[in-house]
Design a protein around this ligand. Structure first.
Ligand code: MHF
Ligand code: KIV
Ligand code: MG
Length: 278
């Protein structure tokens, strides 16, 4: 083979595609997983080239792109469209798509039918919010070769039942239940578990107790990876920022540099700090 031209800039755009074994290996090696939400081809290309490991097509897109008051009005059509957009711009990152409110809660069969649509649109894995009731569905999807990330802790699709976007697992009983449910998700076949808004100590404890990688948002620095909503860390989402958000545009000349600063901060364990942790 003839020599390849040397790239002008050092990026990770030529990295090997991120895979499930690779993500498991990152946990084993102690390399933190950097995840960001992504809703379109253009940002998919920027994030992929900046070394983001996982692109999450979050149902937060309803609030961020659509200006909706919650994630509940988000539909399968919206999730499919944005998953297609992200897959089109991505080369090597792992593509994770949220299943929207009402698309999986009825039955494992309903969940499979809708998960298959997101996989066909370009997702590598789907994410479902729930507690113990979700176990059968996780088992149904994973035995049929659809990789699953279980989303525990604050589950925004349950905002009305939970009484707001509040920290979960605060007392000993709630903490124990969360840990039990995390193990149940792993035992049901989930290859990733995501925690939103839980005490940092609990995030550390559960992450140590699981063999699959854990991803945190407001769950402390000791999860195996971190996720933020892209528009929050770029400081373009209006209104009061949750405590776990850091503005990565601070002192950065470009969006690319801000995203690279996020990846470095996650890998270097300097984000999240105590000031972002409950
Ligand atoms: N732009 C955006 N960013 C997000 O992180 C996000 C969304 N949208 N939409 C879906 C959910 C909603 N999320 C939220 C929203 C608000 C708080 C919040 O204000 N939390 C309080 C904690 C309150 C307590 O102490 O219990 C905080 O101060 O952070 C947290 C998560 C996370 N997700
Ligand atoms: C905040 C993350 C975890 C999410 O589920 C979303 O963006 O929808
Ligand atoms: Mg979501």
């Amino acid at each position: 083979m003839s020599a390849q031209p040397t790239p002008a800039t050092t990026t990770t755009s030529s990295r090997k595609a991120v895979s499930l074994p690779h993500l498991l290996d990152m946990k084993k090696q102690g390399e933190k997983i950097a995840m960001l939400t992504c809703y379109d081809a253009c940002f998919a290309s920027v994030l992929d080239a900046s070394g983001v490991d996982v692109l999450l097509i979050g149902d937060s897109l309803g609030m961020v792109l659509g200006g909706m008051p919650s994630t509940l009005p988000v539909t399968m059509e919206m999730m499919e469209y944005h998953t297609r957009c992200v897959a089109a711009g991505n080369k090597s990152a792992w593509v994770l798509a949220d299943m929207p409110f009402g698309s999986y809660q009825e039955s494992p069969e309903q969940a499979y039918r809708n998960a298959a649509r997101l996989m066909a649109a370009g997702a590598n894995m789907v994410k479902l919010e729930g507690t113990a009731w979700l176990a059968d569905t996780v088992n149904y999807l994973t035995t049929r070769d659809i990789p699953v990330c279980a989303h525990l802790g604050l589950t925004p699709q349950s905002v009305s039942a939970l009484g707001g976007y509040r920290v979960q697992g605060k007392d000993a009983k709630a903490a124990k239940l969360l840990k039990t449910n995390a193990k149940l998700m792993q035992d049901s076949g989930a290859q990733m578990v995501l925690f939103e808004l839980i005490p940092g100590k609990l995030g550390a404890d559960i992450s140590k107790s699981l063999t699959v990688p854990t991803i945190g948002i407001g769950a402390g620095v000791d999860c195996d990876g971190q996720v933020l909503v892209l528009h929050d860390m770029l400081n373009v989402f209006p209104g009061k920022k949750p405590k776990f958000v850091r503005n990565f545009m601070d002192n950065q000349p470009s969006i690319q540099a801000a995203v690279q600063a996020y990846v470095s901060a996650v890998k270097g364990k300097t984000f999240p700090g105590p000031e972002h942790t409950f």
